[in-house]
Design a protein. Structure first.
Ligand SMILES: C[S@@+](CC[C@H](N)C(=O)[O-])C[C@H]1O[C@@H](n2cnc3c(N)ncnc32)[C@H](O)[C@@H]1O
Ligand code: SF4
Length: 451
């Protein structure tokens, strides 16, 4: 087939629609309060000796970065808020442990936030031990933690590694001082270099950095300088997010003037340059938002078709059931999603009353929805999929336009099936390709814009 030969720039412009990140299908937008603690309890009571993935949410931050869309609480109170928080987490773990018919093994553990390294040394150890009291930690446990480099010290880096964390992620966002001031997150380049040195000294298996494209006062030149610094730090993985600017929903973002944001053309230029620079520096594009060094586990898993996706984004650990604790945390099973109370107080009150603190969720049993989930997962993770032409005729028809733009290659397999392969250009627009199998997107485009 001849393709339109559109440049990456033109393709981003053309496909720049709100699209979900498909960390799950159906997405969290479909959750309702028809799911509560009862459904989670019944799920937990199912006997299983499969290992689990555990997510622990630590919502505290020392100060508020104005762009931030994460669920977090800004406080200077330190241990005064952390001690009661850990006590409630301990109680939640007891409730979960009581619902499980037998002790389970953890193959993956992730602490996210907020800022998990808001906790001091003793508190971090206390939380780790709390988890180890309720679960068996697999000898090859993949344990990851998100940290803010501002508060990171050499001692903390070494201690985290010694405790058992082997993967770590920290936010850079943008290294330019003016951009940093415009988002109230000033972390000098020297501190970022120190942070990376300490993490390397501690010998983490994988270090990820987060970047955001589209921040106020960001320009292609300034972002280039950030990319150069990233090249010097050489993390194993890079998450490159497009700034989700939603001032109506996130009051703190109103401190950012829309007039200070780079234009869509500039953002596209920055994403395009990032893609070129990172690829030239030896990074493989995993999906639009993710890059990894060829030697990193994520790139290896992508090459070997072993990538998976859950609420923590791309993972290498197979499709493990995911259990989430702490406010907003999501638990994910093949037929059930259950999200904890998003409000800190509501979460604490539910736990103190002895209830699993579920606020909402979704039961997924419809075979067609499960099949669509499979299609979306395979597109996002294996970059190829087969579909039934009779049952997915509309999708196959929609894919023709994407093939013309060079995002996918299509091949008929006999009369009944079609094969889709995502091209290198298509990896970038992977969410738009996955969205073809999502009927909700056809009715109403929702999610975050690509650019
Ligand atoms: C929980 S935070 C990272 C950990 C740590 N608190 C830090 O500040 O480095 C997760 C990441 O989400 C991304 N993020 C937060 N708000 C965002 C937004 N509005 N648009 C795009 N990315 C965002 C940032 O890159 C951030 O590093
Ligand atoms: S980016 Fe990190 S430190 Fe900043 S407000 Fe968000 S969670 Fe907190």
């Amino acid at each position: 087939m001849t393709t339109t030969g559109l440049s990456p720039h033109a393709l981003l412009l053309k496909y720049d629609q709100p699209v979900p990140r498909y960390t799950s299908y159906p997405t969290a937008a479909a959750f309702t309060d028809a799911v509560g603690e009862e459904q989670l309890r019944v799920q937990l009571q199912q006997p299983s000796d499969a290992p689990l993935s555990l997510y622990v949410h630590v919502p505290f931050c020392r100060h508020a970065c104005w762009y931030c869309g994460c669920n977090r609480v800004t406080t200077q109170l330190g241990s005064k808020v952390v001690a009661p928080y850990l006590a409630t987490l301990a109680r939640e773990l007891e409730l979960v442990g009581a619902a499980l018919p037998a002790r389970r093994r953890l193959a993956q553990l992730h602490w996210g936030g907020g800022t998990p390294n808001y906790l001091n040394r003793a508190e971090i150890r206390q939380l780790w031990e709390l988890i180890a009291r309720h679960f068996d930690l697999a000898p090859n446990l993949e344990a990851s933690i998100e940290v803010n480099p501002e508060g990171l010290s050499r001692d903390q880096a070494l201690e985290l590694r010694q405790l058992g964390f082997n993967r770590i992620s920290f936010g850079i966002q943008d290294a330019n001082p003016e951009v940093q001031r415009a988002v109230n997150r000033v972390v000098p380049a020297q501190q970022l270099r120190h942070a990376m040195d300490w993490l390397r000294e501690a010998a983490f298996d994988s270090v990820n950095v987060d970047l955001i494209c589209g921040l106020p006062l960001q320009t292609p030149e300034r972002f280039n300088a950030t990319l150069e610094l990233v090249g010097e730090l050489r993390p194993d993985r890079i998450s490159l997010f497009s700034f989700a600017y939603l001032p109506e929903q996130l009051p703190l973002q109103r401190k950012i003037a829309a007039a200070d944001l780079p234009s869509q053309q500039e953002r596209i230029r920055m994403l395009e340059t990032a893609n070129q620079q990172l690829t030239a520096q030896g990074y493989a594009a995993i999906g639009m938002d993710h890059y990894a060094l060829a030697s990193d586990g994520l790139a290896v898993a992508a090459r070997e078709g072993r990538l998976h996706r859950n609420f923590q984004d791309y993972t290498t650990g197979g499709e493990l059931d995911l259990l989430g604790i702490g406010p907003t945390a999501i638990s994910q099973f093949p037929h059930l999603f259950a999200q904890n109370q998003r409000d800190l107080r509501a979460w604490r009150e539910a736990v103190e009353a002895g209830r699993l603190p579920v606020e909402r969720g979704l039961v997924v049993r419809d075979p067609e929805v499960l099949e669509r989930r499979q299609l979306i997962q395979q597109v996002m993770c294996q970059f190829q999929v087969e579909l039934h032409l009779g049952r997915f005729a509309r999708e196959w028809a929609d894919l023709q336009a994407l093939a013309t733009d060079g995002l996918v290659e299509l091949q008929r397999l006999g009369h009944e099936h079609g094969h889709i392969r995502v091209t290198t250009a298509g990896r970038w627009l992977i969410r738009s390709i996955a969205a073809v199998s999502d009927p909700q997107q056809r009715l109403q485009a929702r999610g975050s814009r690509l650019v």
